[in-house]
Design a protein around this ligand. Structure first.
Ligand code: S3P
Length: 163
């Protein structure tokens, strides 16, 4: 069995769906943001404010290298995780990577961005960030799943596309 790795834009539902999926499959869950927060003893917001984004990205790379060697689980990645080849490469091959697609306008208008340092931007900037990222999400994905009307529907769709 391989890891199931969820990637996609902040606010698309990776953490919520990842938690449900891990419960339903009876395997472990790694939320890369939570893992980093626990290890650092501070929030993502604090890490960005106190150390800057490059430090956070370095932590993500280290997580990718560690997780690649762990036993199979569901891994909910931070939205920027697959942007760094060094973070995502150790997971490719040992994982089934699923890009959760949710319309970025819908995300921006409906999802709370508190606790997301890069979500504190205008809708135009958010959409531009999404447009830069989407090809990268698609490049790493083994499957693309459109989010459903609720997390369970999304999880059901993920389960349908898993080999
Ligand atoms: C980020 C997304 C966040 C978190 C950090 C940076 C990004 O995770 O890793 O704030 O670059 O998109 P979520 O996708 O869970 O919001």
């Amino acid at each position: 069995m391989k890891h199931i790795v969820l990637i996609g834009m902040m606010g698309c539902g990776k953490s919520t769906c990842g938690a449900l999926l891990s419960q339903q499959l009876g395997i472990g869950l790694m939320d890369t943001d939570t893992y980093i927060e626990t290890r650092e003893g501070r929030s993502i917001t604090e890490i960005f404010a106190q150390e800057g984004e490059p430090y956070f990205r370095m932590l993500e790379k280290a997580v990718g290298q560690e997780v690649g060697q762990m036993s199979p689980m569901v891994i909910a990645c931070g939205g920027g995780f697959p942007l760094q080849t060094e973070a995502i490469t150790p997971l490719k091959g040992v994982s089934h990577v699923v890009f959760l697609y949710r319309d970025p306008v819908e995300i921006y208008q409906n999802v709370a961005m508190s606790g997301r340092p890069l979500g504190q931007e205008t809708q135009e900037a958010f959409l531009s960030r999404y447009q830069q990222r989407e090809p990268i999400y698609r490049k790493w994905a083994d499957q693309v799943v459109n989010v459903g009307v609720n997390p369970q529907e999304t999880v059901d769709r993920i389960l349908e596309v898993l080999p």
